[in-house]
Design a protein around this ligand. Structure first.
Ligand code: FES
Length: 149
């Protein structure tokens, strides 16, 4: 796996509960993506495992309205399900499926990841890894440059 596609480690996903990163999609737009524990990744397309510890990745946005799951404090989760902080729909962390509340009958758009030696890599050909954290967390060039003319 290319080192520049390395997102995090499986251990960090389990310790932190979730990991947020930013990637560029095929339209050259930034998207926030969450990586969450998935205890049973066997049947899940795009999920990956390190031994019996699986992870899955999803766009950081509810299917009902444009609500982020991780708003800067990690993804709210309970019993292997992602909880939408706005209206409380639950999504299976492995399949992305929702069968309850406002988002019932929808599935989160999945992102392919791979695990190698305990590290999690972005393995989705439609996305390029940019940086850890949300879109706003980019440490790149800013308007506070000290370069003088
Ligand atoms: S915005 Fe997520 S259930 Fe309504």
């Amino acid at each position: 796996m290319a080192e520049d596609a390395r997102i995090t480690t499986v251990e960090d996903v389990y310790e932190e509960g979730s990991v947020l990163f930013t990637a560029t999609n095929s339209f050259d737009m930034d998207e926030e993506i969450i990586v969450v524990p998935c205890e049973d990744p066997g049947e899940t397309e795009g999920a990956a495992a390190n031994g019996d510890r699986g992870v899955a990745a999803w766009i950081n946005r509810c299917t009902h309205e444009a609500q982020r799951f991780d708003t800067g404090r990690g993804v709210p989760m309970r019993d292997g399900e992602i909880i939408c902080p706005k209206h409380g729909s639950f999504f299976d962390a492995c399949s992305g499926d929702c069968d309850n509340g406002e988002a019932a009958g929808t599935t989160l758009p999945g992102i392919d990841v791979a695990v190698e030696d305990g590290a999690v890599f972005l393995a989705d050909e439609d996305y390029t890894f940019e940086h850890e954290g949300g879109i706003e967390d980019d440490d790149g060039p800013s308007s506070t440059s000290h370069v003088g003319f």
